[in-house]
Unconditional design. Sequence first.
Length: 256
Amino acid sequence: MRGLRAEFKFHNVGQGLFYTGKLEYGNASFNFVYDCGSEKESLVKKAIDREFRCFRGNNYIDLLIISHLHKDHTSGIPHLLKRTKVGTVILPYLTPIERLIVALETPQASEEYYSFLADPVEYLLGRGVKKVILIGGEEPEREWRPFSKEEPPELPPEPPREGKFEIENNLSPYKNPQSQITNSEGNSSQQINQRTVEVRSHAGTLRVTLNGFPIWMFRLFNYRVSSQTLGQFKLCVGRYLKKLLKKNLWRKKHQQ
């Protein structure tokens, strides 16, 4: 594909991941970020500043993909959103109880991180993100299915004078997203009606196209926590809260 330029970079942020990519063809460009975090937030902040040196108005990320919600993959997102404007964010959908598990696995994190975990959708949209795609839905099939061997069509020999990269969403819809999220989330269900949030299954692909020609393809996976594991966790939390409540009542009674 003459004229197509692709650049990918792993940034040295220590324990964590910050990966950027850029596609260019003629005057059209597409920027994406895959994860943005580190155990040492100072390292990922410096990497963000190096990668996005311009002022906020000149830094645009077409697509931000968050592989999972652990701190070392997300701690740089607040700084990234201050330095850039982001079009679309894709992240796995975790129920509130699943996000609580992640929070408990990460003691002594920043208040910003816990705000993100409490409601990722509201957090992202409240900081200028245009659209959020949640990957969730029915229990995924773990059987590996190979990619199609069909060759993509050739791009025109010369870059178009006008054109822009677009995100073509071929991910399968998640069955009954409205009722599922309404039962467990607050404002996120309203955002679905406003088309700023989509809930999809990981079946299918996400393509980057230029004037209708496929240029790049993302294949996403989200293996859910089993219902048995979540049930055991809920019982454990319930027993702990009962003990804590009983202990506090005993203490209050003897202090009177």
